[in-house]
Design a protein around this ligand. Structure first.
Ligand SMILES: NC(=O)c1ccc[n+]([C@@H]2O[C@H](COP(=O)([O-])OP(=O)(O)OC[C@H]3O[C@@H](n4cnc5c(N)ncnc54)[C@H](O)[C@@H]3O)[C@@H](O)[C@H]2O)c1
Length: 261
C-alpha cells in the first residue's frame, strides 16, 4: 500500500475538501506516494497551509473553488488538465446541518444538497470527461487486460444507509444519493475504463464531526476511528489492487452499522 501510487499514465489526483479533515489527509497521502495533487476547497487559506506543510517544492496545486459552482469546478479541473489530466478524483468536500426536520429551511436543504450532491456530481462529471478523453498511449492505458483510464472515489457516509442519532435530514439524503450516484456512474463509466466507488465513513474526528465523546469505545464495536482509517480505504480503491471493483460502497465505521440498536 505504501508503494508509489500506480496512477495510469501520470496525470493528477484531484481531491476536493482538501483544506481539512479527510480530504486534507487524502491529499497529503497521495502526495506522499508521489502524485501531483490538485487540492480543491472553498477555504483558500487552508489550501495554502496544506501546500506549505507539504514543502516548498511540492507537487500540490491549490485550486480554490466552490464545488457547487459549475464554472469554478471547470476552472479547478483546468489545473488538472495542465498536469496531464485527472486520473484520480476524491470527492470529499462536504457540509452538514444538524437540525430537526421541522426546522429545516429551504436554504439549509439547498446548501447541503448543493455542496454534497450537486458538487460531487459536477466534479465527478468533469473528472470523467477528462478521463474518457485521455490519450493513454500505445498500451491503451490497460492494466490486467482491461482499459484503465481513471478512478473516482466519492465520500458518502454510513448515514446514507441508516440515519444516525443526530437529526440531519438533508445530510442523510445527500449521502444516500451519493451512494446511488456512485452506482449509476460506475455502470456508465465501466466501458470507458473508469472505476467509480465510494467510501462510507462512520464518525471520525474532523471539523465536520467534532471531537468524539469521552468514552473511547463510543457506539462502535472497534471504538472510534481516525481520519487515516478512512484515507487507507480511499488509497485502496484508487489503487490497482482494486482493479476489478466498481460501483461499490466500502463502509469504514469500526462496525457501527452492524449494531442492531
Ligand atoms: N468526519 C466524519 O465523521 C465523516 C463521516 C462520514 C462522512 N464524512 C464525509 O467526509 C467528507 C469530508 O468531511 P470531513 O469530516 O473531513 O469534514 P471537514 O469539515 O474537516 O472537511 C470538509 C471540507 O470541505 C470543504 N468545503 C465545504 N464546502 C465546500 C464547497 N462548497 N466547495 C469546496 N469545498 C468545500 C470545507 O472547507 C472543508 O475543508 C464529507 O463529505 C463528509 O460528509 C465525514
Amino acid at each position: 500500500m505504501k508503494a508509489a501510487m500506480d496512477i495510469p499514465g501520470g496525470g493528477a489526483v484531484v481531491v476536493t475538501g482538501a483544506a481539512s479533515g479527510i480530504g486534507r489527509a487524502a491529499a497529503a497521502a497521495f502526495h506522499e506516494l508521489g502524485a501531483s495533487v490538485v487540492a480543491v476547497d472553498v477555504d483558500a487559506a487552508g489550501l495554502d497551509d496544506l501546500r506549505s506543510r507539504l514543502g516548498g517544492r511540492s507537487r500540490c496545486v491549490p485550486a480554490p473553488a466552490d464545488v457547487s459552482s459549475g464554472p469554478q469546478v471547470a476552472e479547478a479541473f483546468a489545473r488538472a488538465a495542465e498536469l496531464g489530466g485527472c486520473r484520480v478524483l476524491v470527492n470529499a468536500a462536504g457540509i452538514g446541518i444538524n437540525k430537526p426536520m421541522l426546522d429545516h429551511e429551504e436554504n439549509d436543504w439547498d446548501r447541503v444538497i448543493g455542496i454534497n450532491l450537486r458538487g460531487s456530481f459536477l466534479c465527478l462529471q468533469e473528472a470523467a470527461r477528462q478521463m474518457t478523453r485521455q490519450d493513454m498511449g500505445e498500451d491503451g492505458g490497460k492494466t490486467s487486460g482491461r482499459p484503465d483510464r481513471g478512478r473516482i472515489i466519492n465520500i458518502a457516509s454510513v448515514v446514507g444507509f441508516r440515519p444516525g442519532p443526530i437529526p440531519e435530514i438533508a445530510y442523510d439524503t445527500s449521502k444516500g444519493a451519493v451512494v446511488q450516484m456512485t452506482r449509476s456512474a460506475a455502470l456508465e463509466m465501466a466501458p470507458h475504463g473508469v472505476r467509480v466507488n465510494a467510501v462510507a465513513p462512520g464518525p471520525v474526528p474532523t471539523n465536520l464531526f467534532g471531537t468524539p465523546p469521552v468514552q473511547p469505545e463510543g457506539p462502535m464495536p472497534l471504538g472510534y476511528g481516525r481520519v487515516d482509517d478512512i484515507v487507507d480505504a480511499v488509497l485502496f480503491l484508487a489503487s490497482e489492487r482494486a482493479r476489478w471493483i466498481t460501483g461499490q460502497i466500502l463502509t469504514v465505521d469500526g462496525g457501527w452499522s452492524i449494531r442492531s440498536g
